[in-house]
Design a protein around this ligand. Structure first.
Ligand code: ATP
Length: 354
């Protein structure tokens, strides 16, 4: 069952085309993340789903029902804002009860639901406090409780963790996932932080200047990026411009600097490409199907549970990541080093204008 469907959504603000035809199908009970850099259109997409903004063209469906032009209070999608937007003059209970009182529910039902929501977000005992008497994380929990208490069809979260410190961010991200799983609710989550998106999501849509470049599970997107933008946005990675010099069907040989790599796979067009190589896929020992690159060590960086070796290959810097102390023991800056990469671990993609 498809819970939320966006069909060809276009939205302009004056000269700016914020969304250039967005298509998304978000499943019932899924935590779906819109991920992309600042200004790519994430918030606009969320506001359109919430009914706080309307598209120029395109349609939105919740289940089988078209809801494109329904106002927000009739839509059944609730947006939790980045700054939580709690009422400062109302207690925690009153903040949470607000949406229910507007619906004119009987008092005892309101009380019951508020208690349920307080328990869900683990804020029992905080009923009578005011927002200024709460930590950032607690305010966030109130905002989520206030959204959930009206039993929305879809919960929309816009950068919900951006005002929290690093430790609390990790804690709240697990909390959001726990609540989402417990209720089986559909959540659409916006962030510009790829690590957060990877950790929390069932699926991710990676956005770039008003378009969706790829939709997939965190694993799909990390391991099989379909564009240079997606590859370089999903964490630390090596992206090396190269040129195709031989081609036989999908088998290609490429060159960069003075290196010639053959036996790679490429299904795209044109001869200007990039080689995408994840640092943890570069090895310091040869394997069965590896290509080798001879260069010099630029730096060795120790991160505790892994070590990065940054090698210079002509002008090109490549990062290799290993968990073995032994392998890097003898490596010193300016010394020679050979990086080995399995041909299957080199993703060849068309060069993009970024
Ligand atoms: P951020 O992470 O910075 O919030 P975003 O990905 O959420 O970015 P949007 O806020 O959706 O991006 O903005 C997309 C584009 O639309 C941007 O170029 C932005 O400047 C523009 N835009 C958004 N809202 C308006 C508005 N009300 N008036 C004019 N331009 C707008």
């Amino acid at each position: 069952m498809v819970e939320v469907k966006l069909q060809n959504i276009v939205k302009t603000f004056g000269e700016t085309v914020a969304l250039k035809g967005i298509n998304l199908e978000i499943k019932h009970g899924e935590l779906f993340t819109l991920l992309g850099p600042s200004g790519c259109g994430k918030t606009t997409t969320l506001r359109i789903i919430a009914g706080l903004e309307y598209p120029d063209t395109g349609k939105i469906y919740f289940g089988d029902e078209e809801v494109t032009y329904l106002p927000s209070h009739q839509k059944g999608a609730v947006l939790v804002f980045q700054n939580y937007a709690l009422w400062p003059h109302m207690s925690v209970s009153d903040n949470i009860a607000y949406g229910l009182k507007i619906k004119k529910l009987p008092k005892d039902e309101v009380m019951r639901k508020v208690q349920w929501a307080l328990e869900l977000v683990k804020l029992k005992g905080f009923e009578n406090r005011y927002p200024t008497q709460l930590s950032g994380g607690q305010q966030q929990r109130v905002a989520i409780a206030r959204a959930l208490v009206v039993e929305p069809k879809v919960l929309l979260l816009d950068e919900p963790l951006s005002n929290l410190d690093a430790k609390l961010r990790l804690e709240m991200r697990s909390e959001i996932r726990r609540i989402q799983r417990e209720l089986g609710i559909t959540v659409i989550y916006v962030t510009h932080d790829q690590e957060e998106a990877m950790a929390i999501s069932d699926r991710i849509a990676v956005m770039n200047v008003g378009t969706v470049e790829q939709i997939g599970t965190p694993k799909d997107i990390y391991e099989s990026p379909r564009t240079e933008f997606v590859a370089s946005f999903m964490g630390k990675t090596n992206v090396v411009p190269a040129k195709i010099v031989e081609r036989d069907g999908n088998h290609v040989a490429v060159e960069f600097e003075n290196f010639h790599l053959d036996g790679l796979t490429y299904t795209g067009e044109g001869d200007r490409v990039v080689l995408v190589i994840r640092p943890e896929r570069i090895r310091l020992k040869p394997g069965k199907n590896t290509v080798s690159l001879l260069g010099t060590v630029d730096l060795v960086e120790y991160y505790g549970f892994f070590i990065e070796v940054i090698g210079l290959f002509g002008e090109t810097r490549l990062i290799a990541r290993t968990i073995s102390d032994k392998e890097v023991e003898s490596l010193r800056p300016t010394k020679e080093v050979t990086f080995y990469i399995d041909r299957d671990d080199i993703i060849v993609l068309p060069k993009q204008q970024l």
